[in-house]
Design a protein around this ligand. Structure first.
Ligand code: MV4
Length: 463
């Protein structure tokens, strides 16, 4: 009755969900909706008319030309598509409108269920100072720093001296590294202050800055949580996302090779307390910085389903999209927590040239062969003949491997990468092949600086 299936004869949790997204995540959502007996509507730009999310949905609506601002980010057009198809809920996926306060608010106003948290919760976590204050109130460890916004250079220098250098300047409207500056000594403070403010102003129209102690060589470890509409929260264990380049994740895994039972217990409890303190509803992620002594500090909260969610699905055997839809429909959860039973690693296969500073490589896929076999999952909307558009992000596929141990998982990934063929464009497959052979990666000895020192082996040796 509560699992949302119609085959059992019970009413589906929603009649029809409109998916305000494209690519692999739109397909991923359509699959679960079908299993739950929920009808689906795709929206698409003219660039995506031949996309699989259009073919596999029950209905589809063209919402405009290729630029996202005129299609996938265009709220009036998406609201019109919801209205003409009579959808009762909207799933935003990730990116685009997934953390757009205005969109969530409009959905609330018009009685369309936004599958995610409330507009108020998105706003609270979207402003980084407000998020940090919420965490302090909930008893979650945060990085020592300024008490909110810093007014001017003079007070900034005073605070930095108190905290002790190095410090990091962050934009309250930021996230993902924009408007961020690391400052090593007072002589560099003023220049960093002005450039951070300017960058924040240009990117977000908000130049509010706060200061934190800079944590050196941290790991990025995040806890997946889910909250229902009655204040119950579960944590679904962690993902290690330390393998990043310019704030773009390339590899994610669960469990973290750095995790211990006691650290998971502490971080899980902190993440639950954080979500419970705002009666968070929906799936979400609490990102932490973890230093070499296993001190952990709240960094940001993501109020959406994330790209790397399959890693968690594989290690705890749990359909995150299904549970997300259930809580959105008002189904309660038990509040039980989860411990990884398996190991999983995800490689993001992007249309980028790893031999050329990861330069974008859009274009037509002239031949595609996906790896298969035991423990292999590929989430993709690509097919032979599909064109990777320069208008959207460059991710072609996510290769997720699952095995009993990390070592077996890496072996399986290496094998899967060897039978993954994408012709016509450059991809990050050679990078992942090289990474799976890297001694430090194999040992689990890495942090967020790992890729700064990573060198591709000579051409012809891995691909
Ligand atoms: C930090 C930090 C060190 N110390 N904060 C990066 C993006 C934004 N989410 C926050 N980030 C960081 N905040 C303090 N106090 C280092 C980073 C950081 C980082 C964090 C996670 C993953 C990759 C990163 C790459 C560079 C900097």
């Amino acid at each position: 009755m509560t699992n949302g299936e119609s085959k059992s004869g019970s009413k589906p949790l929603f009649n029809k969900i409109l998916i305000a997204n494209r690519g692999e995540i739109a397909l991923r959502i359509i699959r679960t909706c079908r299993e739950m007996g929920i009808k689906t509507v795709s929206v698409y730009s003219t660039a995506d008319k031949d996309s699989l999310h259009v073919r596999f949905a029950d209905e589809s609506v063209c919402i405009g030309p290729p630029p996202a601002s005129e299609s996938y980010l265009n709220i009036p057009r998406i609201m019109a598509a919801i209205e003409i198809t009579n959808a009762d809920a909207v799933h935003p996926g990730y990116g685009f409108l997934a953390e757009n306060v205005e969109f969530a608010r409009i959905c609330e106003k018009y009685g369309v269920k936004f599958i995610g948290p409330t507009a108020k919760q998105i706003a609270k976590m979207g402003d980084k100072i407000s998020a940090k204050n919420t965490m302090i109130k909930a008893g979650v460890p945060v990085v020592p720093g300024s008490d909110g916004l810093v007014r001017n250079v003079k007070t900034g220098k005073k605070i930095a001296a108190e905290i002790g250098y190095p410090v990091i300047l962050k934009a309250t409207a930021g996230g993902g590294g924009k408007g961020m500056r690391i400052v090593h000594k007072e002589a560099d403070f003023e220049a960093a202050w002005h450039s951070a403010r300017q960058e924040a102003k240009a990117a977000f129209g908000n130049d509010g800055i706060y200061i934190e102690k800079f944590i050196e060589e941290p790991r990025h470890i995040e806890i997946q949580i889910i909250g229902d509409q009655y204040g119950t929260v579960s944590h679904l264990s962690e993902r290690d996302c330390s393998i990043q380049r310019r704030h773009q994740k390339l590899v994610e895994e669960a469990p973290s090779p750095f995790m211990t039972r006691s650290l998971r217990k502490k971080m899980g409890a902190a993440a639950k307390a954080a979500a419970a303190s705002i009666k968070y509803e929906g799936v979400g992620t609490i990102e932490f910085l973890v230093d070499k002594h296993r001190n952990f500090y709240f960094m940001e909260m993501n109020t959406r389903i994330q790209v790397e969610h399959p890693v968690t699905e594989e290690v705890i055997d749990y359909d995150l999209i299904k549970e997300q839809i259930k809580v959105a429909a008002g189904v309660p959860i038990s509040g039980a927590d989860y411990t990884p039973k398996m190991h999983a690693i995800e490689c993001r296969i992007n249309a980028e040239d790893p031999y050329n500073d990861f330069r974008p490589s859009p274009g037509k896929i002239t031949f595609l062969h996906l790896p298969k076999g035991h423990g292999i999952r590929v989430d993709t909307a690509a097919y032979t003949g599909f064109t990777i558009s320069p208008y959207y992000d460059s991710m072609i596929a996510k290769l997720i491997c699952r095995a009993r141990t990390r070592e077996e998982c890496i072996q399986k990934l290496s094998r899967a990468l060897d039978e993954f063929y994408i012709e016509g464009i450059k991809t990050t497959i050679p990078f992942h092949k090289a990474l799976m052979k890297d001694e430090r990666f194999i040992k689990g000895d890495f942090n967020t600086k790992f890729l700064e020192n990573f060198q591709m082996p000579p051409k012809g040796t891995v691909e």
